[in-house]
Design a protein around this ligand. Sequence first.
Ligand code: PEP
Ligand code: MG
Length: 884
Amino acid sequence: MAWVYEFSQGNKDQKDLLGGKGANLAEMTTLGLPVPPGFTISTETCRAYLAEGGEPEGLAEEVSAHLASLEEAMDKRLGDADDPLLVSVRSGAKFSMPGMMETVLNVGLNDTSVGGLAARSEDERFALDSYRRLLQMFGGTVLDVDSELFSEALDEAKRARGSESDLDLDADDLRALVETFKAIIKEQTGRDFPQEPREQLDLAIRAVFDSWNTDRARLYRRQERIPEDLGTAVNVQAMVFGNFGMDSGSGVAFTRDPASGEQGVYGDYLQNAQGEDVVAGIRNTVSLADMSDIDKTSYDDLMGIMTRLERHYRDMCDIEFTVERGKLWMLQTRVGKRTPEAAFRIAVHMVDEGLIQMDEAVLRVTGDQLALLMFPRFDDSAERTLLAKGMNASPGAAVGKAVFDSDTAVEWAARGDDVILVRKETNPDDLRGMVAARGILTSRGGKTSHAAVVARGMGRTCVCGAESLDVDARAKEFRVRDGVTVSEGDVISIDGSTGEVFAGAVPVSDSVVVRHFEGEKLDDDLAHAVARIMAHADGARRLRVRTNADTPEDAARARRFGAQGIGLCRTEHMFLGERRELVEKLIVAEDAAGVEEALAALLPLQREDFTGILEAMDGLPVTIRLLDPPLHEFLPDLTELSVEVALAEERGEVDERAATLLTHVRRLHEQNPMLGLRGVRLGIQIPGLFLMQARAMAEAAADRLAAHGTPRPEIMVPLVASVRELEIVRTAIERVIAEVEEARGVTLDIAIGTMIELPRAAFLADRIAKAADFFSFGTNDLTQMAWGFSRDDVESSFFSRYFEHGIFDVSPFESLDQRGVGGMVEMGTTKGRETKPDLKVGVCGEHGGDPLSVHFFDRVGLTYVSCSPFRVPVARLEAGRSVL
Ligand code: PEP
Ligand code: MG
C-alpha cells in the first residue's frame, strides 16, 4: 500500500484516496492536458498522520522517491542554487472546502535559490516577488504567524511607493520586503525561516495535514455535513508562474455561468499574478472575454480545453489555470459548484444538448436547492434606492442590518437580528460571520472570490465586487460614491440575483418557482426547467406525498403544489382564538350536562372546519387527527393567573371566573405534560371530546356527499401505546359514525387509523394493526420518546455541544435518526404488515419533508410522506431521486 501516487497513476473516480483535486489532476494528466507534473499524498496518509500524531513510517522515503522523479522530469532540483525546481503544496479533500485548508506556493526558494531563479528567468523582480510570497504563505500557514502582520508590511511598502498595487513594487522594494518578512517570522516564532528546501516541503505537507482540524475547517464540515474522518490529500506539483510579467497571469473559469446556469464560459483573469491573488480579490480581475484581447493564443487554448472538459465530465466544470509567458497550464478542474437556479437550468440544458438523460438530470438537483428557489425575491415594482451594483454571486433577496465584522454578525444574529456582513473581501476567518448573516456584500473580488464560492455553497445571498463602495471596517461604515454613508446597524437590502444593493428594507415578492407551482403560466427558463424535472421525478417515484394542513387555504395551496391528500390535519389549532372560551367551558364544566353543552357548542364549528378542508381536498384522502395536546395548553398560564388572582384579592376584589379557572389550571397542571394527559388518553378520560370530533367529521362528510363531493376523511388517533386504547376509542367512534349514517341516510367510508409515535407502539405494531386501518408515524414524538429529548427545549439547550462532539451532525428532529428512530419505523411497518399486508403506512412528522429522511422512508417501503405545503415539491423531487 503506497502513501504517494504520481498524477499519471490515478483518475477522477479516486476522490476517496486522492481527494478531489488530486483525482482530477490525475484525470487531466491522463487526458493529455497541459498539467504541471507532480504527485499526490493520499488521504489515507493524512488519516494515519492524524491518528498517530506524526508522519507514518515510510512516507519520507516515498516522498523522496517521487520528488526525485519530479526533479528528473523537470530536469531541475528542488531549491537548487542555479536553477531551482519550485513546488506548490496544496490541500485537496474528497469534498471541496474552499479556502478552508492550507496552500503554500514557491516551496524551494531560499536566500540562495532566489538568485538562481532570478538569473534563469532574467527577472530579479519576479524572483523576489515569488520569495516574498513564499515567506508570507509559509509564515502564515505553516508557522502560524498572524497573516495581518505580512499584509500590513505589504501595504506599508505600497504606501511608501505611493501606489495601491503590488505591481508597482520594484526589485529593491521587494528585496526590502523579503527582509521584513523574514524579520517578522524570526520575531514571531523565535526561529529563522527554514532555508533547507526539503525541510520547507516537509513542514508544508505537515501544515496541510494539520489544517484538517482547524476550527474553521471543522465548522465548514459541520455546515456542509462533510464527515470528520476523511482527512485531506496533499498535492505537490511543479510550480508554473503567473507572476512572470504581463504575458503571464492566473485565472479561474467556469464552463457555464455558475450563478444563472446560462450557457457560455464565465471567469476572471488577472495578469501578472499567482492564483491566490485572483481568489482573494486583491486586485480587480478582468473577464475571460477581455483575456482574449490580452493573449488570444492562450485564450483559444483555454476555450478548447474547457469544451473538452465539459464533454468529458458531462457537467459544468470549474477550472484554475495559469499562463506562464504565453503558455497555458491547467492547475485544477472539478465539477463546479453552482447556485440552485443554475443547477436546474444546467441539468435540463444538458439533456437538450444530448449530454445526459432525464434520470441523471433529476439526480443532479436536490430538494434543498428547490427549497431555496422557493424563497421570495425583491419586489421589482417597489420603490427603492440603489446604492451600488456588484456581481450577482449567489442568489436570493436578503435584508438586514449592515455589520462589518464576524464577531458582530454572530452576536447580533444570536440576539435575533437579521444582518448583512459587509467586507472589502472575505477570507476563511469570516466563515462564522457568513454563517450567521442573511447575506454577504463585498467591494472586491469576482464571482470566484472566496465570498462568492462559500456563499453559494451555503445557499447564502451574496453580492461581491461592488467596487463603488468604500468599505471601512475600522470605522464600521461604507461610503457610497455620491456622499452617502451606511453605518453599522443601518438596514440594507442586497439582491444576489442581480447584484444590486439598496438602502433600507426593500419589500419582497414570490419566486417564479412558487408562481409556477401556483399554476401561473410563465415564459421563464427556470420555471420550465423545474417543471420538466418535477414531471420526471413524479413519473418515477413510488412514495406518495401528502401535506400537513389545518386550513382550507393551506390545503388548497398544497394541492396546487402537488399534494396527494392530507396526511395530518392537527385539530388543536381549531380550539384556539375565540373558541378558547368554549374549551374553557368544557374544562370547568361541573357536571355531565355542562360538558354536553360545551361540546354541543363546539360541534357546528368543527363541522364547518372539516367541510372546508374536505372540499379543498375533494377526492383525495384527508387524515384528521383527534385532539392531541394536553388541555392546559388551552388555559391561561398558571403563574400569570395566580398573580392576577392574588393581586385582585389584595385589592379586596373577587374575580369568580379567574378564581375558578385557577382551580382547574392547578388541577390540570402536570410536571411532564408531554408524557401526561394527551392524545388517546384524553379521549379515554373525556370520551365526549373525541366523539364530538368524530361526529363533526361524519356530518361534514355527509354534507359534502349531499353537495355531490367526494369526501375521503380518515380519522387518526394520536399517542396510542396499547391496542386496547385504540379498540376502546374505535368502538365508540364507529357507533357515532353509524348514528350519523342512519340519521342522514348515507353510507360513509371513514377509515380509522392510528399514529405510531411511542416506542411501545412500534414494538407492538402487529397487535395495534388489528384495530387500525392505517398507520402514520409521528416521528416528532417518536424521536422525542426514543431519545428522551424534550422536543421543545433541547435544540436551543445542549445540542451545540452534541454537534461539537460529533454525537450527531444534524438534529434528529430535523433529519431522521435512521439507525435508532428509523429502526422503529422499519420494525413498526414490517410488524403492522404482518397483520395486514396491505396496511397503508405514512409518516407525518417534520421528517416527511427532509430529503435524507424521505429517501429512508422510500427504502423501507412506506406508502406516503406528509409535510408542510412548502415542502411538498421538495418531497416529490426527493421521492423521485430516491428511486432513480
Ligand atoms: C409527531 O409527533 O410526529 C406528529 C406529527 O405529531 P405532533 O407534531 O403534532 O406531535
Ligand atoms: Mg405527535
